[in-house]
Design a protein around this ligand. Sequence first.
Ligand code: HSE
Length: 420
Amino acid sequence: MVKVGILGVGTVGASVANILKNNADIIEARAGKKIVVKSGVVKNLSKDRGVDITLTDDYLDIINDPEIDIVIELMGGVEEPYKIVKEALKNGKPVVTANKALLAYHRYELQELAGDIPFMYEASTAGGIPIIGALRNGLSANHIDSIKGIMNGTCNYMLTKMINEGALYDDILKESQELGYAEADPTFDVGGFDASHKLLILASIAYGLDAKPEDILIEGIENITQTDVTFAKEFGYEIKLLGIAKKVGDGVELRVHSTMIPSSSMISKVDGVMNAVTVIGDCVGETMYYGAGAGGDATASAVISDIVNIVRGNHDPMLGYKKSLESGLRLLSKDEISSQYYIRLEVDDESGVLAKIASTLGKFDISIESMLQKPSKKEDGVKLLFTTHICKEVEMQNAIKSLKLLDVVHEGIAMMRIEK
Ligand code: HSE
């Protein structure tokens, strides 16, 4: 029999305990041993957790208990779980975690410390979708060309409602909080930070890249308006918050932002709280993974898959490499990113204006792909909408600064990146 201890018995922890009990037959058959929860750690012992396991409020009861074979970290946060997980590893205990923030900041130190002790984290990225296993094992023959994913259910739910039902941003944010999709602090979701943590984890497995959230381009969905949702449709696009990792020459772009993607693409059809990740490998071509990115049972499904793997004796290298990778790949800076862009401006409706805008874009080597002009609510104004060919981010940022200085351009230029 294998005994596990759970640090943090919230929604996911309770699901882990309940599934280990309710699906004990299939789990035992697959793992080769019976797996039981010996105890769980909670901050408030008087709260009912809906589980019949022994609870304690002292984490040492788990990490120092010689009977506990595997520690399951489901606490959330960064520094406290980091400290506790380090102690568990020092005690020689295998660790399973669902904590993306912990890994976004400390995955390389934890890998070093874990050494040969199993350290698994399938649930940290895209909840129930087995994307870590797919990248680490299933696609291990491939150089990875790109990873693109909808990795935050809250943003996808909000965007779906805005696109399909014309819902307003503030109303739908409130609704997603009430439905329990959003993180305790929703800026973590809508600002793109949650997705960036997941992207960094995947980029480590795909490219061996060590980067922190501060090193990459992260934008959220806060500035998306119904106007852009409507115009995206006119250009044949849907708007999604994507995490993108892409090999370009000897560099890798890592970025999270609202993105216009063709309405005909498979990932544009992923609606509501669902997540999806597409990975292109040089041997396999394009692969796609779809499923629930959050929720107690879906996340617990991933946690338990890690436990089963450990019980089976699996010693997968934590970030997927048995020896260091001399790929020469470097993280491209934000300025070095290249993309196609959508820009929306409000301008004076008079002769010569379009020429001034086109010439400003031209100065920054930005070539226009298509253009729409629409009436504006403002008297004497019109809306100009452009999509561009691929150009450098730094040129686009500089072009926007210059456009803002033109006296014919009104306040508020909207910009969004396009991925085809
Ligand atoms: N708040 C996250 C989401 C939960 O909306 O996807 C899972 O990380």
